[in-house]
Each structure stands twice: as structure tokens, then as C-alpha cells.
Design a protein around this ligand. Structure first.
Ligand code: PLP
Length: 389
């Protein structure tokens, strides 16, 4: 690290660089795209069926239904399990909006449980206290690609007769107790948004399950609720996967495990390089889990009365040095303007409210080089040393 003599020399380091992943496979992707263009079959078809088959095998389930996005996957799963008006779904306040959005779109009520500061995931210890006579499902999110204790979640779900819908959008390939996420609950929901660990060149998603009837209902709802052509059994939506996206995903799929290993190596290097720094807390991987590091998120710790503005000063200094960082997520969902009617107060979920002011996601993608990581760490150390309270 002593080699870097002037901060001006630091090259720009993006939070994520999708082109680096695309370039070495561009020829294969181009061929696959042309094949679809020449086929005349643009929605559904053989490529989509093949992707569903491979995906089910990868996750370790019998059924996979591809759809238009991860958000749709969540919505379709809730609808297929007949969760709607009058039902409560327990979920995490610390994530992207989609899972909560899907619960509301299905007509149900989200119930937020505080998070565990070590994993950023829903605190399993607080699950039972949130269960009421209206609770129908638990919807955990594997945030940043980290699994949570699904053994305990499933025991609680069985005790109270609840469905478990896993939001695996950030966690494809992650495992808990030797099993892949998406096979641990009743239904798994995946996203192929370009920044996910297996990303399409556009939107895409998938639902996994071991129950053929649930899969059939998801497929029916995703195709306008048609049981047969132009015969409608339910009010469905238009949520199918484009053949082009399926073809691209089939090219990328064989590389997924390698890319996830690269992410794990990047995370390990961060762990080693950042260990000596004070003023930050590093993310932990749960002992029985294998994470896939969609994000590498640290906590910036300060005594400052305004931790969020302290973090902002660190972040903008990093940016000046050409190092991009992100804040996932700055405001927990229970405090978002759109969910005020749910009646949550500031201070009600103290852990997530504090953590949201501290998190900082560092550049993370499979091909992030050692030199770049050293620059990030060197830059972060410099910022932490200089940014006074
Ligand atoms: C990205 C994401 C989604 C939604 O996926 P889309 O394909 O963008 O609709 C859902 N949940 C989480 C946790 C996500 O990160």
C-alpha cells in the first residue's frame, strides 16, 4: 500500500462495473442474441424452458417459473399462496422497497421486525413476538447476499402454520446449512436485474418451489390468469421472461459459481485489509451460512451526534479521491413517507434506525482487482483519519 504516493493518482473506482464481466463473454452473448433474433420466438419458448430447468437444478428444487422481474416474483408468490386483504406478512424494514411493495400490491399488510446488527438481516429472535392471528407469512430477505438462520425461521413457521417466502434477489448461490437459498422456504424469489450476481441485460426474475401446484398457479397468474388460451381463472398480470434475456442468462449461468467465488475472495481481502482500521465495523458471515456478497457493507462508527452527516463527509471525501461508495439503504422502510399510514414511530425499531445511519457499501464486483481494493482501503483510512467529528 506504501506504493501509492499521491491521492491524485488514484484511478476512478466504480461501485460496480458490469462491462468487465461482459467483455470476456461478449462473443458468446452476441451469438446467443442473434440466435433468438433469427428464431422468431421472442417471449417464452425453448430458451426460457431451458433456463427454468437449469435454475431449478441449481437451486435444488423441482419447480422454477421465470418471470419479468424479482418484484413480480415476490408478488406472484404472495398471490399464489393466496395472501391478500386482511393478512399480515412479517418482513424486514432494511432492504430495497420491492418485498414490501409486493406485500402491499397483493393487498396484505407488511409488519416490520427489527434487524440483527451483525448480519443486517431480520432478527429471528424477534419474529415470534410479531406473530398475530392475522399473520400468514414470513418474508425474509437475504440482504447483501448473506443468509440468515433459516432452520429457526422454518421451525417458527411450522409452529404457527405460516408460509415462508424467501427474497433471494441479492443472494443467488448463497447457502444455509448446506442448502441453497430458494429451497429453504416454501417459495423462493430471484431477480436477474443487471447488478445482481446473475444479471440479465434488462429485467428478469424467477420463482422456485418444490410444490408443483404453487408453480402452476404462479405460471397462470404471470400469464394474465389464463388457464387456457383466452380463458381467465384469476386476475393475473403480464410477467413473462423475454427469450433474449433467457438466452443471455444461459450464457452467463455456467460462470455464476466462479463469479461468486471471486466475490468471496474480494470480501476476504477486504476483511484482511480493513481489520487494522479503527472507526469501522466489518460485515460478518454467519457460521452456518455461505454468503455471495452482492454488496460489501461496512458500518462507519462515530461518537458524533449526527452519524449520518459524519458518514456523508467520509463518503464525499472518498468520492473526491475517485472511490465510489453507496448507501444501501439510507432510510428504513417503516419510516418512509409512503408507509406512514402503517403507524410506525421513529425509535420503534432502534437497531435498523441506527444501522441505516452507519452503513457504507464499498466497491464490490467479481473482477475488482487487488490494486483497486488497496486503493479503496488506503483512501478510506485517509478519510477516517481526516474527517473530524
Ligand atoms: C433487486 C431486488 C428486488 C427486486 O428485483 P427486480 O428484479 O429489480 O424487480 C427485490 N428484493 C431485493 C432485496 C432486491 O435487491
Amino acid at each position: 500500500m506504501g506504493e501509492i504516493s499521491g491521492l491524485e493518482r488514484v484511478n476512478h473506482i466504480p461501485p460496480i462495473d458490469l462491462r468487465r464481466q461482459y467483455e470476456p463473454i461478449s462473443e458468446q452473448v452476441g451469438k446467443a442474441v442473434l440466435e433468438v433474433l433469427n428464431s422468431g420466438r421472442y417471449i417464452g419458448g425453448a430458451k426460457v424452458a431451458e433456463l427454468e430447468r437449469q435454475f431449478a437444478t441449481y437451486v435444488g428444487v423441482s419447480e422454477c417459473v421465470a418471470c419479468h422481474s424479482g418484484t413480480d416474483a415476490l408478488y406472484l408468490a404472495l398471490r399464489a399462496l393466496e395472501i391478500g386483504e386482511g393478512d399480515e406478512v412479517i418482513t424486514t424494514p432494511f432492504t430495497f422497497a420491492a418485498p414490501t411493495e409486493a406485500i402491499v400490491m397483493a393487498g396484505a399488510t407488511p409488519v416490520f421486525v427489527d434487524i440483527d446488527a451483525a448480519s443486517f438481516n431480520l432478527d429471528v429472535n424477534q419474529l415470534e413476538a410479531a406473530i398475530t392471528s392475522k399473520t400468514k407469512a414470513i418474508l425474509p430477505v437475504y440482504l447483501f447476499g448473506q443468509p440468515l438462520d433459516m432452520t429457526r425461521v422454518m421451525v417458527i413457521a411450522q409452529t404457527y402454520h405460516l408460509w415462508v417466502i424467501e427474497d433471494c434477489a441479492q443472494a443467488i448461490g448463497a447457502q444455509w446449512a448446506g442448502q441453497s437459498v430458494g429451497s429453504l422456504g416454501h417459495v423462493g424469489c430471484f431477480s436477474f436485474f443487471p447488478t445482481k450476481n446473475l444479471g440479465a441485460c434488462g429485467d428478469g426474475g424467477a420463482v422456485t418451489t418444490n410444490d408443483p401446484a404453487t408453480a402452476a398457479t404462479v405460471r397462470m397468474l404471470a400469464n394474465h390468469g389464463q388457464s387456457d388460451r383466452y380463458f381467465y381463472e384469476a386476475t393475473g398480470i403480464n410477467s413473462r421472461l423475454d427469450a433474449l434475456q433467457a438466452a443471455i442468462l444461459l450464457v452467463k449461468f455456467p460462470y455464476l459459481d466462479f463469479w461468486n467465488q471471486q466475490r468471496r475472495a474480494v470480501a476476504r481481502r477486504y476483511q484482511q485489509l480493513l481489520q487494522p482500521l479503527s472507526g469501522i465495523k466489518l460485515p460478518q458471515e454467519p457460521a452456518a451460512g455461505v454468503g455471495v456478497w452482492n454488496q460489501y457493507t461496512i458500518q462507519v462508527i462515530t461518537n458524533s451526534p449526527s452519524p449520518a452527516s459524519y458518514r456523508e463527509r467520509v463518503r464525499s471525501r472518498l468520492q473526491q479521491m475517485g472511490i465510489s461508495s453507496m448507501i444501501y439503504y439510507p432510510l428504513p422502510l417503516h419510516l418512509q413517507p409512503v408507509y406512514q399510514h402503517l403507524g410506525y414511530q421513529c425509535g420503534q425499531l432502534p437497531v435498523v434506525e441506527q444501522v441505516a445511519n452507519e452503513v457504507l457499501s464499498l466497491p464490490m464486483f467479481p473482477d475488482l482487482s487487488m490494486e483497486e481494493q488497496e486503493q479503496v482501503v488506503y483512501g478510506l483510512k485517509d478519510c477516517l483519519d481526516r474527517v473530524g467529528d
